[in-house]
Design a protein around this ligand. Structure first.
Ligand SMILES: C[S@@+](CC[C@H](N)C(=O)[O-])C[C@H]1O[C@@H](n2cnc3c(N)ncnc32)[C@H](O)[C@@H]1O
Length: 258
């Protein structure tokens, strides 16, 4: 895609964030019109209906920055440095426009000296956006720091009222009647931390919160009680020189309900 500026982020949705947010925005309008939240049954429960958008695995907020019409936006991710970076940018931290390999290595080895900067360099200046996965460089001399800075500002500058929080997705408080977006790590991968992601537990939790909220899940496959509301094939790149490309079908699921 010519002219598209994206921050490097493993599993990031930058390239398709417009599409995903469009689907969420359309579905939400329809959902609100039809008032199909039948689980909120009596008046007392209805009072608790919220106009909140909650993202449980926000990453660099490529989708979250494009959803519309919510009074409150809550973005969660359990990566401490990532959330520090997002909060820093929101509060006006001046990110660097250039990072040398030497600086990259220093920051990697002293992560806690400046968590905002570590979050930025650890993802935005690394191969394939993998957390300190090696200093990003390519044959055309792309300035990854500058590209990532521009991309982050493009998204986060639209999110001045968002609340960024850092916890496990199951601990996030979700006001009843929220619209929830979940873009979890791929099934059984260790791409983001030491612990494997338990997909079974994840889908069970999605069932639970779907009783009271409109939940959208980005995944390639889902259990049979979830339906696909959108899908698109696109190319994923795992390394910065684009040698390691493969096709995946991105899908968006919701729970079928009763
Ligand atoms: C596929 S990525 C999300 C990418 C994001 N949509 C974007 O476009 O940048 C999955 C995210 O889940 C986070 N994560 C992994 N396990 C988590 C957990 N148990 N609770 C909350 N976040 C978690 C990772 O840090 C990672 O940022």
């Amino acid at each position: 895609m010519k002219g598209l500026i994206i921050i490097q982020y493993l599993g990031g949705k930058s390239r398709i964030s417009n599409k995903i947010s469009e689907v969420i925005n359309n579905e939400v309008s329809r959902w609100k019109e039809q008032n199909i939240n039948t689980n909120i049954s009596d008046n007392r429960e209805r009072e608790r209906e919220s106009n909140t958008f909650v993202s449980l695995f926000c990453g660099t907020c490529s989708v979250e920055s494009k959803v519309k019409g919510f009074d409150k936006v809550i973005c969660n991710d359990n990566h401490e440095y990532l959330i520090e970076m997002l909060k820093g940018v929101q509060n006006g931290y001046n990110l660097p426009e250039e990072i040398s390999e030497e600086q990259y290595k220093y920051i990697r080895d002293h992560k806690d000296e400046n968590k905002i900067l570590s979050g930025f360099v650890g993802f935005g200046c690394s191969f394939g956006g993998k957390w300190f996965g090696g200093y990003a460089r390519n044959k055309t001399g792309t300035n990854y720091a500058l590209q990532s800075k521009k991309s982050l500002h493009k998204d986060i500058d639209n999110m001045s009222n968002a609340e960024f929080i850092c916890m496990d997705y199951r601990d996030v408080y979700i006001p009843k009647g929220s619209v929830v977006y979940a873009d979890p790590p791929y099934n059984n991968t260790t791409g983001y931390g030491k612990q494997k992601f338990d997909s079974e537990e994840f889908w069970e939790y999605m069932r639970e919160i779907s009783k009271y909220n409109k939940v959208f899940i980005s995944e390639q496959t889902a259990p049979s009680d979830f339906e696909c509301v959108w899908e698109k094939e696109f190319t994923r790149t795992l390394d910065v020189n684009k040698d390691n490309q493969f096709k995946v079908v991105e899908k968006l699921f919701t729970h079928k309900g009763k």
